[in-house]
Design a protein around this ligand. Structure first.
Ligand SMILES: Cc1cc2nc3c(=O)[nH]c(=O)nc-3n(C[C@H](O)[C@H](O)[C@H](O)COP(=O)(O)OP(=O)(O)OC[C@H]3O[C@@H](n4cnc5c(N)ncnc54)[C@H](O)[C@@H]3O)c2cc1C
Length: 250
């Protein structure tokens, strides 16, 4: 399980990194990396480093560093995933410490803007006085965070009626692997057509190739008749092509 001491120049990040960074063989850094070598799953792997970014600028620095040195980033919220999603040999990026804000709520339109480290039950405690509730209710709701719930498309006891996390998601602001900041949200037909042609794509290297895979009658027929499309309503960590086939653009 333990890797050889890493030789990457993590110290070069320190002068401008606002958050916390653990990467060397000192007892403090090693203890932190051992803690992050596990999540709620049975898997165990020592990360080369652990980062707790404090800002989007920190996240971009980590992305640049990872790209320069060909290592992976592993975003982590509460770490309650059961399939080893937040364990790996790259840099574990824990957003639970510094990204727990709720910057905006619009009660009339029934939406709230949250940072990814907001705990599901804390969000509902915040929403309760406004008569609102975020429905998806994982068994780990007192720990699970919105970033992790989006990553897993988390659901729970009432999800068949109340929907899963993706059913309540209006838009997501994200930083792509090349550092580009994007907002994923609803598109008009014109915006969608432009994206399919590769126009106005913020980050060409990250263009969403699945746009095209859900078009074409042969592809749609295959997706619609597959067992996955007809029998299951929850598909964590994939592109849910069957739902795309229902979108009027196709
Ligand atoms: C006892 C037990 C019961 C459970 N019951 C349920 C249940 O009823 N329903 C259910 O759906 N799940 C359940 N789970 C699984 C898990 O608790 C949920 O999926 C939970 O919502 C995950 O949230 P988390 O904050 O722990 O995410 P994490 O495990 O930290 O992360 C989940 C995924 O999201 C990604 N991620 C996290 N933050 C970000 C970010 N900022 N940017 C990009 N990607 C990010 C991670 O890389 C990972 O792939 C259960 C787990 C346990 C241990």
């Amino acid at each position: 399980m333990f890797r050889i001491p890493n030789k990457l120049p993590f110290a070069s990040l320190l002068p401008s990194f606002e958050g916390d960074l653990y990467f060397d063989e000192s007892p403090e850094h090693t203890a932190q990396r051992i803690l992050y070598a596990t999540d709620a799953s049975v898997y165990q792997e020592m990360p080369i480093a652990v980062a707790l970014p404090k800002s989007v600028a920190d996240i971009k620095k980590l992305l640049r560093f990872a790209q320069q040195h060909s290592i992976g980033l592993i975003p982590r919220a509460a770490g309650t995933s059961l399939a080893g999603q937040v364990v790996g040999s790259g840099i574990v990026v824990d957003i639970s410490k510094y990204f727990g804000g709720i910057p905006e709520i619009n009660v009339a339109e029934r939406w709230v803007r949250v940072q990814p480290g907001v705990i599901r039950d804390d969000l509902n405690a915040f929403l309760k006085p406004h008569g609102l509730l975020f429905g998806p209710e994982t068994s780990t709701a007192s720990r699970a965070m919105i970033g992790g719930m989006i990553g897993n498309n988390s659901c729970g006891l009432h999800s068949i009626i109340w929907g899963t996390t993706r059913d309540h998601l209006l838009e997501v602001r994200a930083v792509l692997s090349d550092g580009a900041e994007v907002t994923f949200g609803p598109l008009t037909q014109e915006q969608f057509d432009a994206k399919c042609k590769g126009e106005n794509v913020v980050s060409p290297s990250n263009n969403d190739c699945t746009f095209n895979s859900a078009t074409g009658s042969q592809n749609q027929a295959f997706v619609n008749t597959s067992a996955r499309a007809t029998q299951a309503n929850r598909h964590p960590t994939e592109y849910r092509l069957c739902a795309r086939c229902d979108v009027e653009f196709f």
